[in-house]
Structures are given as C-alpha cells and as structure tokens.
Design a protein around this ligand. Structure first.
Ligand code: UFG
Length: 327
C-alpha cells in the first residue's frame, strides 16, 4: 500500500483525512506533536509523534515510510490567539512548514497538499473571493498561511515540489459514523460551542458582534462539511499523481450563513433552545467570507455531498453526543 505522510493526523481535519485515505487504499502515517490533537483520533494507520521543526525526526520518518506524498494539516489555527501571540504563529506555522518542505525535498517526496485558508483573503467587501483575487490577510493566522503558500511556490520552481493548495472556508460537521469528530480544548469554533450551550455544557453561546455590516448584523461564513473537504484532498492527491500543474483551490460551497442563521438551524436540527448572549466583536474577525469559485468542482471534479447546514449540524450533534477523546 502507498504511504502518505499526514501531519496533524491526530487533529480534527487530519483524522478525517486519515479515514478517507484508508478507504481510498492508502496507508496514512500520522505525524503530530499532540499539542492540539488526540492520540485516540489516530485510528487508521501508524502514528509517529514529533515536532514539525525537528528536522532529524522528520528525516527518520521519511526514511522509514518512504511516503509518496505529504498532506500537511498541522498548524495552529485560532484567529483570536493569533492576534494575541502572533510570533507563535509565525514560528510554528511558517518555520514548521518550511522545515517539513525541506525534509520532503531531501527525501525526494515531491507531492505536497497544503491546508491553507480563506483567512488569507482578508476582509474584502464586495469582492468575489476566487483563487485569483488578491490575498490581504488581517490576522497572523492568515498571514502565516499566505507565507507558506509563497514558500511552496518558490520550492516548486527551485526543487520541483509539486503542490495543491486548498483554501478552506469554515469546516464543520463530523464523520457520520462518529469514529472521529471535532474536539478542541479550548474550543473556539461556533458550532461545537453552540452544541455545548444547547446541552448545558456551557451557559450560553456569545455572539461576537451584532453590529457588522450584514443583513442581521452578525458575521457571515461559508461552511463546508469535513468529509467533503477531505474528499477534495484525495482528489488533490490524484491531481498530483497525474502530474498536473501545482494549483490552488478554494474549498467552500459558495453559500454564506450568518451566525444567527447557524443558531436558527442548530435549534431546529436538535429541537432544543440555543441560549445566547450578545457580546462585542472578536478582534481579527472578518465581516463576510464566502467562496466565489467553482474551480474545485470544474477542475478537480469535487462534489460536496454533506455540506448542507442541517447535515453538518446533525453530524456534529451525533458526534457531540457519542464521541470524545481522552488525553
Ligand atoms: N463566533 C461567535 N461566537 C463564538 C464563536 C464564533 O459569534 O463563540 C462567530 C465568529 O465571530 C465568526 C463565526 O462565528 O463570525 C465563525 O467563527 P469560528 O471561530 O467558528 O471560525 P472563523 O470564522 O474564525 O474561521 C476562521 C477562518 C478559517 C479558519 C478558522 C480557524 O475563516 O479559515 O478561522 O479557526 F480555519
């Protein structure tokens, strides 16, 4: 079986990717430092614990498994934290990714799939966010991801490190079989926080700002199901196997939901009240992030299957009620 190195394979998206890789006939080799991931989430292939910045450890792992490609999920990804301690984002995300790319090139592993973000586009009102639009990140999280995209382009030119860049919009939902799911500690994301408020694990969900320039005053995001998102990664891998040119793709559905709309859907799907509070804006947030591109559909053949808001909430709710990890 073909080994694929999955950095961040113990995390939310990485663990779903490992499940999809195994189902597609690959062996996912998780490389993770467990700083935000969970050993319990590594269920579909071998686990190697290590830091992205540890070049010797990376060289060992590349030598031991001879992976055909890297899927690079490992990153710090909280906008609020990135506003408070930007140096940690530059160090961990940029230096870590640079070291990983150097190790991949050294090992002759020249297929690289990178998890980037719509946060690289920044807050661009009335601009259609397609892959060719300018990237003006407004927080260190988005800036660190844009920097890694730049390094990848340089490494492609200099060393032939062929790559697919995926710019995620807001990832939500969970494995329908609830083998893996979203579990951050601390949790900062809207849907899991709301499910906690719905079943009394926290008092209320605080809406971060009700005075944004949107129809109902709350921020608008484009939510995509984690299973659809990882399906795109399998297609990205095949794109590289077919020796197509390095390419960036947005992964979103093109439909925006405001925070209040997500709350309404959550109440309806769970048939429970959502206790809410109205709070101030969260620093680093953008008004609206919605994908304006269908490149992933037209060029990769990607077809989201579970990315309706109700399905994402239903799958997240099932996981929320049945699954969790232990340290
Ligand atoms: N929100 C609340 N209350 C909360 C949590 C979130 O109102 O308690 C709002 C946020 O202000 C935002 C929306 O819900 O408007 C979604 O927030 P999330 O924290 O769930 O996700 P982000 O929009 O911050 O996502 C951004 C980028 C993604 C990136 C992610 C990483 O858009 O690309 O940060 O955290 F992956």
């Amino acid at each position: 079986m073909t080994n694929i190195l999955v950095t961040g394979g113990a995390g939310y998206i990485g663990s779903h990717a490992c499940k999809a890789l195994k189902a597609a006939g690959y062996t996912p080799v998780t490389y993770d430092n467990l700083s935000t991931g969970w050993a319990d989430a590594v269920k579909f292939g071998p686990f190697e614990q290590g830091e992205l910045s540890d070049r010797d450890r990376l060289d060992q792992v590349f030598a031991a498994y001879q992976p055909a490609a890297v899927l690079h999920f490992a990153a710090l990804s909280q906008v609020g934290e990135a506003m408070r301690i930007p140096e940690v984002y530059w160090h961990n995300n940029v230096l870590g990714s640079l070291t990983l790319m150097q190790a991949a090139v050294h090992a002759g592993c020249l297929k690289f799939v990178f998890s980037s973000t719509c946060a690289t586009y920044g807050d661009q009102d009335n601009v259609v966010l397609d892959e060719d639009c300018d990237q003006h990140p407004i927080n260190a999280y988005g800036a660190s991801k844009r920097a890694i995209e730049d390094i990848l382009r340089d490494f492609q030119r200099a060393y032939g490190l062929n790559n697919v860049i995926f710019r995620y919009f807001n990832v939500a939902g969970a494995d329908p079989e609830a083998e893996v799911g979203e579990f951050h500690q601390p949790e900062t994301h809207l849907i899991p926080l709301m499910l906690d408020a719905i079943d009394g694990k926290r008092d209320a969900l605080t809406i971060f700002g009700t005075d944004w320039d949107t129809p109902d005053g709350t921020c608008i995001r484009d939510y995509v199901h984690v299973c659809d998102l990882v399906d795109a990664h399998i297609l990205g891998l095949k794109w590289l196997e077919d020796e197509k040119d390095s390419r960036a793709f947005n992964l979103g559905t093109g439909t925006g939901f405001s925070v209040r709309e997500v709350i309404d859907h959550s109440g309806a799907v769970t048939n429970r009240d959502v206790p809410i509070l109205e709070g101030p804006r969260r620093p680093g947030d953008c008004t609206k992030l919605v994908s304006g591109s269908t490149r992933a559909e037209t060029e990769l053949g990607w077809m989201p299957k579970r990315s309706t808001m109700d399905q994402m909430i239903a799958d997240a709710w099932r996981w929320h009620q049945t699954g969790h990890y232990e340290k």
